[in-house]
Design a protein around this ligand. Structure first.
Ligand SMILES: [Zn+2]
Length: 199
């Protein structure tokens, strides 16, 4: 095997997080030194830093890095982009799908970059509403398109495991700009296309 993916974590925050998680485990009534838990604080420290790595990433720079001049003005849609984020109120996951569309205005971007933009903002402490508009704004800033639309459907573990304990409720948020905001025919076409299931 010649491919190695290496994860790196800064020493200082990682050690501080390990100490803090060990203390949290103790405060929850567990013995942080028992065998099954002994490496848990370290795993948590690394997992949480992984899941919040978006703070160090720049969505507009990612889009600009694969921006190409192209005279097309047809709607570009990427739907069913898997999304995993963490609610900032309970630090519990919410997860689901993002659907993104834009109408180019001289520029297009790599399709995979749209999925990366979702990750940049999802890997932060979030609320679904803000996540939706941040994705929209990054695309608007980089591509200056004729219109952008973002729809996110997600399930929130903080609603499923605690609180109201609703297992099947899905929260949908949307943000529209330009043509998608001003032209209901365009908006409806997008909504129809993302709700159509290929069979
Ligand atoms: Zn929550």
């Amino acid at each position: 095997m010649s491919y190695h993916k290496k994860e790196e974590f800064d020493k200082e925050p990682t050690e501080e997080l390990i100490k803090t998680y060990r203390s949290i485990i103790g405060l929850l009534g567990e013995d942080a030194n028992r065998e099954g838990l002994i490496k848990t604080p370290e795993r948590m420290a690394k997992a949480m830093q992984y899941m919040t790595q978006g703070y160090q990433q720049d969505a507009v720079a990612i889009l600009n890095g694969a921006r190409f001049q192209e005279e097309v003005s047809e709607m570009v849609i990427v739907k069913d982009i898997e999304l995993f984020s963490m609610c900032e109120h309970h630090l519990l996951p919410f997860f689901g799908k993002a659907h993104i569309a834009y109408i180019p205005n001289g520029y297009i971007t790599g399709l995979s970059k749209l999925a990366r933009v979702v990750d940049v903002y999802a890997r932060r402490l979030q609320v679904q509403e803000r996540l939706t508009t941040q994705i929209l704004k990054a695309i608007k800033e980089s591509l200056n398109p004729q219109g952008v639309a973002v729809v996110i459907e997600a399930k929130h573990l903080c609603m499923m495991m605690r609180g109201v304990q609703k297992q099947n409720s899905v929260t949908t948020t949307s943000a529209f700009d330009g043509e998608f905001l001003n032209n209901h025919v365009t908006r409806n076409e997008f909504l129809k296309l993302i709700s159509a299931r290929l069979s």
